[in-house]
Design a protein around this ligand. Structure first.
Ligand SMILES: [Zn+2]
Length: 241
Protein backbone atom coordinates (compact mmCIF):
# COMPACT_ATOMS: atom_id res chain seq x y z
CA UNK A 1 0.00 0.00 0.00
CA UNK A 2 1.18 3.48 -0.81
CA UNK A 3 2.23 5.39 2.28
CA UNK A 4 2.36 8.88 0.77
CA UNK A 5 0.24 10.15 -2.08
CA UNK A 6 2.39 13.26 -2.57
CA UNK A 7 5.70 11.57 -3.35
CA UNK A 8 4.44 8.03 -4.08
CA UNK A 9 6.90 6.79 -1.43
CA UNK A 10 9.93 8.17 -3.21
CA UNK A 11 10.61 10.52 -0.30
CA UNK A 12 11.22 13.43 -2.67
CA UNK A 13 8.98 15.54 -4.84
CA UNK A 14 9.98 17.54 -7.91
CA UNK A 15 9.26 21.20 -7.52
CA UNK A 16 10.38 23.59 -10.29
CA UNK A 17 12.72 20.89 -11.64
CA UNK A 18 14.40 20.50 -8.25
CA UNK A 19 14.03 17.42 -6.07
CA UNK A 20 12.99 18.44 -2.55
CA UNK A 21 12.36 16.19 0.46
CA UNK A 22 8.70 15.35 0.86
CA UNK A 23 6.86 16.43 4.00
CA UNK A 24 6.15 12.77 4.79
CA UNK A 25 9.76 12.30 5.93
CA UNK A 26 9.16 12.50 9.69
CA UNK A 27 6.09 10.21 9.59
CA UNK A 28 7.94 7.77 7.39
CA UNK A 29 10.86 7.76 9.82
CA UNK A 30 8.49 7.22 12.75
CA UNK A 31 6.78 4.34 10.94
CA UNK A 32 10.19 2.76 10.37
CA UNK A 33 11.26 3.27 14.00
CA UNK A 34 7.97 1.77 15.23
CA UNK A 35 8.44 -1.24 12.98
CA UNK A 36 12.05 -1.74 14.02
CA UNK A 37 11.24 -1.30 17.72
CA UNK A 38 9.45 -4.64 17.83
CA UNK A 39 6.43 -3.04 19.48
CA UNK A 40 3.32 -4.99 18.45
CA UNK A 41 0.98 -2.86 16.30
CA UNK A 42 -1.96 -3.02 18.72
CA UNK A 43 0.23 -1.32 21.31
CA UNK A 44 0.99 1.75 19.13
CA UNK A 45 -2.02 3.46 20.70
CA UNK A 46 -0.81 3.19 24.31
CA UNK A 47 -0.05 6.77 25.30
CA UNK A 48 0.15 8.63 28.58
CA UNK A 49 -3.03 10.49 27.59
CA UNK A 50 -4.91 7.18 27.29
CA UNK A 51 -3.87 5.78 30.65
CA UNK A 52 -7.11 5.10 32.52
CA UNK A 53 -6.84 5.74 36.25
CA UNK A 54 -10.45 4.63 36.83
CA UNK A 55 -9.26 1.00 37.00
CA UNK A 56 -7.29 1.79 40.14
CA UNK A 57 -9.48 2.06 43.20
CA UNK A 58 -9.08 5.05 45.46
CA UNK A 59 -9.98 3.19 48.63
CA UNK A 60 -7.52 1.13 50.61
CA UNK A 61 -7.14 -2.51 49.66
CA UNK A 62 -7.23 -5.29 52.23
CA UNK A 63 -3.43 -5.12 52.43
CA UNK A 64 -3.67 -1.42 53.27
CA UNK A 65 -2.36 -0.30 49.86
CA UNK A 66 -4.10 2.52 48.04
CA UNK A 67 -4.09 1.24 44.44
CA UNK A 68 -4.84 4.68 43.03
CA UNK A 69 -1.81 6.22 44.77
CA UNK A 70 0.38 3.33 43.62
CA UNK A 71 -0.77 3.82 40.03
CA UNK A 72 -0.25 7.58 40.23
CA UNK A 73 3.29 7.18 41.54
CA UNK A 74 4.22 4.61 38.89
CA UNK A 75 2.64 6.70 36.12
CA UNK A 76 4.60 9.74 37.32
CA UNK A 77 7.81 7.69 37.41
CA UNK A 78 7.18 6.66 33.78
CA UNK A 79 6.58 10.28 32.74
CA UNK A 80 9.70 11.39 34.63
CA UNK A 81 11.70 8.65 32.93
CA UNK A 82 10.75 9.98 29.48
CA UNK A 83 11.78 13.51 30.43
CA UNK A 84 15.01 12.31 32.00
CA UNK A 85 15.96 9.98 29.14
CA UNK A 86 15.53 12.80 26.63
CA UNK A 87 18.07 14.86 28.57
CA UNK A 88 20.42 12.05 29.58
CA UNK A 89 20.17 8.66 27.90
CA UNK A 90 22.33 7.11 30.66
CA UNK A 91 19.69 7.50 33.38
CA UNK A 92 18.30 4.77 35.66
CA UNK A 93 15.71 2.35 34.29
CA UNK A 94 12.45 1.16 35.85
CA UNK A 95 11.29 -2.16 37.21
CA UNK A 96 7.48 -2.20 37.12
CA UNK A 97 5.98 -5.15 38.96
CA UNK A 98 2.37 -6.14 39.51
CA UNK A 99 -0.15 -8.87 38.79
CA UNK A 100 -1.40 -9.86 35.33
CA UNK A 101 -3.66 -7.19 33.83
CA UNK A 102 -2.47 -4.35 36.06
CA UNK A 103 -1.38 -2.07 33.21
CA UNK A 104 2.38 -2.73 33.32
CA UNK A 105 2.74 -3.36 29.59
CA UNK A 106 0.49 -0.41 28.81
CA UNK A 107 2.72 1.91 30.80
CA UNK A 108 5.92 0.51 29.27
CA UNK A 109 4.37 1.15 25.84
CA UNK A 110 3.49 4.73 26.83
CA UNK A 111 7.21 5.24 27.41
CA UNK A 112 8.16 3.51 24.14
CA UNK A 113 5.67 5.49 22.06
CA UNK A 114 6.61 8.82 23.63
CA UNK A 115 10.31 8.27 22.90
CA UNK A 116 9.83 6.79 19.42
CA UNK A 117 7.76 9.87 18.53
CA UNK A 118 10.77 11.99 19.54
CA UNK A 119 13.05 10.09 17.20
CA UNK A 120 14.78 8.01 19.88
CA UNK A 121 15.65 4.34 19.51
CA UNK A 122 13.79 1.79 21.60
CA UNK A 123 13.74 -2.00 21.42
CA UNK A 124 10.62 -3.63 22.83
CA UNK A 125 11.15 -7.28 23.68
CA UNK A 126 8.36 -9.56 24.89
CA UNK A 127 10.33 -11.90 27.13
CA UNK A 128 8.34 -15.12 26.47
CA UNK A 129 8.84 -14.54 22.71
CA UNK A 130 12.53 -13.94 23.25
CA UNK A 131 12.79 -17.17 25.25
CA UNK A 132 11.03 -19.11 22.47
CA UNK A 133 13.40 -17.67 19.89
CA UNK A 134 16.42 -18.39 22.04
CA UNK A 135 15.31 -21.97 22.54
CA UNK A 136 14.82 -22.36 18.79
CA UNK A 137 18.27 -20.90 18.18
CA UNK A 138 19.75 -23.30 20.71
CA UNK A 139 18.50 -26.23 18.66
CA UNK A 140 21.37 -27.20 16.33
CA UNK A 141 20.82 -26.54 12.62
CA UNK A 142 17.66 -24.56 13.23
CA UNK A 143 19.05 -21.93 10.87
CA UNK A 144 17.97 -19.04 13.07
CA UNK A 145 21.22 -18.51 14.96
CA UNK A 146 22.28 -15.49 12.96
CA UNK A 147 19.00 -13.65 13.49
CA UNK A 148 19.15 -14.34 17.21
CA UNK A 149 22.72 -13.05 17.40
CA UNK A 150 21.48 -9.82 15.83
CA UNK A 151 18.58 -9.55 18.24
CA UNK A 152 20.79 -10.18 21.27
CA UNK A 153 23.35 -7.68 20.03
CA UNK A 154 20.64 -5.05 19.53
CA UNK A 155 19.20 -5.81 22.99
CA UNK A 156 22.66 -5.29 24.45
CA UNK A 157 23.34 -1.99 22.69
CA UNK A 158 20.06 -0.19 21.95
CA UNK A 159 19.75 3.12 23.87
CA UNK A 160 16.55 1.93 25.59
CA UNK A 161 15.59 -1.73 26.03
CA UNK A 162 12.13 -2.67 27.29
CA UNK A 163 11.84 -6.24 28.59
CA UNK A 164 8.13 -6.85 28.84
CA UNK A 165 6.52 -9.67 30.80
CA UNK A 166 9.50 -11.13 32.58
CA UNK A 167 7.47 -13.92 34.14
CA UNK A 168 7.83 -17.07 36.14
CA UNK A 169 9.03 -19.17 33.22
CA UNK A 170 11.36 -22.06 33.41
CA UNK A 171 14.69 -20.31 32.86
CA UNK A 172 17.38 -22.74 31.84
CA UNK A 173 20.96 -21.98 32.80
CA UNK A 174 21.66 -21.12 29.16
CA UNK A 175 18.78 -18.61 28.99
CA UNK A 176 19.78 -17.14 32.35
CA UNK A 177 23.27 -16.58 30.97
CA UNK A 178 21.86 -14.80 27.91
CA UNK A 179 19.74 -12.50 30.06
CA UNK A 180 22.68 -11.86 32.33
CA UNK A 181 24.95 -10.96 29.44
CA UNK A 182 22.39 -8.46 28.09
CA UNK A 183 21.78 -6.80 31.46
CA UNK A 184 25.39 -6.85 32.56
CA UNK A 185 26.48 -5.13 29.34
CA UNK A 186 23.75 -2.52 29.73
CA UNK A 187 24.72 -1.86 33.33
CA UNK A 188 28.39 -1.46 32.39
CA UNK A 189 27.55 1.03 29.63
CA UNK A 190 24.85 2.85 31.67
CA UNK A 191 22.15 1.97 29.14
CA UNK A 192 18.73 2.04 30.81
CA UNK A 193 16.31 -0.88 30.76
CA UNK A 194 12.62 -0.93 31.58
CA UNK A 195 11.38 -4.25 32.90
CA UNK A 196 7.82 -5.32 33.59
CA UNK A 197 7.24 -8.44 35.66
CA UNK A 198 4.53 -10.28 37.56
CA UNK A 199 7.12 -12.03 39.73
CA UNK A 200 7.22 -10.84 43.33
CA UNK A 201 10.47 -8.96 43.75
CA UNK A 202 11.57 -11.20 46.58
CA UNK A 203 11.22 -14.21 44.23
CA UNK A 204 13.11 -12.68 41.33
CA UNK A 205 16.45 -14.31 42.11
CA UNK A 206 14.80 -17.73 42.33
CA UNK A 207 13.95 -17.44 38.62
CA UNK A 208 16.78 -15.34 37.25
CA UNK A 209 19.61 -16.18 39.59
CA UNK A 210 21.26 -13.93 42.12
CA UNK A 211 23.73 -12.12 39.84
CA UNK A 212 21.09 -11.09 37.26
CA UNK A 213 18.71 -9.95 40.00
CA UNK A 214 21.43 -7.85 41.57
CA UNK A 215 22.13 -6.19 38.17
CA UNK A 216 18.42 -5.38 37.82
CA UNK A 217 18.37 -3.75 41.25
CA UNK A 218 21.44 -1.70 40.40
CA UNK A 219 20.01 -0.36 37.15
CA UNK A 220 16.23 -0.08 37.74
CA UNK A 221 14.11 1.82 40.24
CA UNK A 222 11.30 -0.44 41.47
CA UNK A 223 7.62 0.56 41.12
CA UNK A 224 4.40 -1.33 41.47
CA UNK A 225 0.97 -1.41 39.86
CA UNK A 226 -1.93 -3.04 41.72
CA UNK A 227 -5.51 -3.69 40.64
CA UNK A 228 -8.34 -5.64 42.16
CA UNK A 229 -9.61 -6.75 38.74
CA UNK A 230 -7.68 -7.69 35.59
CA UNK A 231 -7.94 -4.56 33.41
CA UNK A 232 -8.14 -6.58 30.18
CA UNK A 233 -11.09 -8.58 31.50
CA UNK A 234 -12.78 -5.38 32.74
CA UNK A 235 -12.25 -3.75 29.31
CA UNK A 236 -13.77 -6.69 27.48
CA UNK A 237 -16.85 -6.57 29.73
CA UNK A 238 -17.16 -2.82 29.14
CA UNK A 239 -16.97 -3.31 25.36
CA UNK A 240 -19.70 -5.98 25.43
CA UNK A 241 -22.20 -3.65 27.07
ZN1 LIG B 1 5.87 11.73 0.73
Amino acid sequence: MEFCKLCHDRGVIISNDIAVPCSCGPQRALARRLKESGLPKFLYTCTFGNFDFSYYQKRESTEGINYFDTARRTYQAALDFVAEFKKNSNCDGLLISGPVGSGKTFLACCIANALLAEGLLVLFVIVPDLLDRLRAAYTPNSGSNLIEQDLLETARQVPLLILDDLGSHNYTEWVRNKLYSILNHRLNYCLPTIITTNINLEDLDEFLGERTTSRIYQMCRPYRLMVSVDIRVAQRKKNQK
